[in-house]
Write a protein that binds this ligand. Structure first.
Ligand SMILES: Nc1ncnc2c1ncn2[C@@H]1O[C@H](COP(=O)(O)OP(=O)(O)O)[C@@H](O)[C@H]1O
Ligand SMILES: [Mg+2]
Length: 212
């Protein structure tokens, strides 16, 4: 038996981490076994790499150094956390996954998507999301939410133009992978966002059960 892998994607302040709350409640109510994890992170080593990647610093960070750090964390995450849970039949919910690299390092930092494709093919052992929830919110709203949340990391502090590229990049990716990526309008009340997420989860559960 193998589990079901869902990633949550979107720009800063879209509400990804907040959405985990209603997702956990929904999975528990369905009696589905699951783990919740995040990227960069999801193992002790990968969480250390997260701190390295996200810490604001004066030294310019080379785009390939950032890409490889994120992938080093991801390889460890897949091996130690994601694959064992899927093999145990659990659902895996990850706050960000590889789409974030195609958008932040690929589109945001102008790294050729083929370089990322190669890393995915060589190192991720086929561990790719069955479904992705893309929380979409206008950049100004997302950044206001981040500001009110209080903590700013190195990527939160990028230019508005960078965040606009991230948003449009995610929407283009969703159009390209419309079967896998479900766009949620995150510019609504939290209750409405949560209701939309639960609707998508119900549909996914029906299809996951239908195709074990
Ligand atoms: N639908 C919403 N409406 C208003 N505020 C929200 C909504 N969703 C999340 N927030 C708030 O916005 C901030 C950022 O949310 P968070 O889940 O941390 O975003 P992300 O993980 O996508 O960066 C948090 O303070 C959260 O409480
Ligand atoms: Mg978050």
């Amino acid at each position: 038996m193998s589990g079901y892998f869902i990633s949550i994607e979107g720009g800063e302040g879209a509400g990804k981490s907040t959405a985990l709350g209603c997702i956990k409640t929904w999975l528990t109510d369905q009696g589905i076994e699951f783990i919740v994890t995040r990227e960069p992170g999801g193992t002790p080593l990968a969480e250390e790499i997260r701190n390295l990647v996200l810490a604001p610093r004066d030294e310019p960070v080379d785009v390939y150094a950032e890409l490889l750090l994120v992938f080093a964390a991801r390889v460890q995450h897949v091996k130690q956390t994601i694959l064992p849970a899927l093999k145990a039949g659990k659902w895996v919910i990850s706050d960000r996954f590889v789409d974030s690299s195609y958008i932040y390092q690929g589109i945001g930092r102008n790294i050729d998507a083929k370089v990322i494709d190669d890393l995915v093919d060589r190192f991720l052992q086929g561990a790719l999301p069955d479904a992705t929830l893309l929380l979409d919110v206008p950049v100004s709203i997302g950044l206001q939410r981040v500001a009110s949340r209080g903590e700013m990391n190195r990527l939160d502090g990028e230019s508005i133009a960078f965040h606009e590229k991230v948003r449009s990049g995610f929407l283009a990716l969703a159009a390209k992978h419309s079967q896998r990526i479900h766009v949620i309008d995150a510019n609504q009340s939290l209750e409405s966002v949560e209701a939309d997420i639960c609707n998508v989860l119900s549909d996914l559960n029906t299809s996951a059960v239908g195709n074990p």
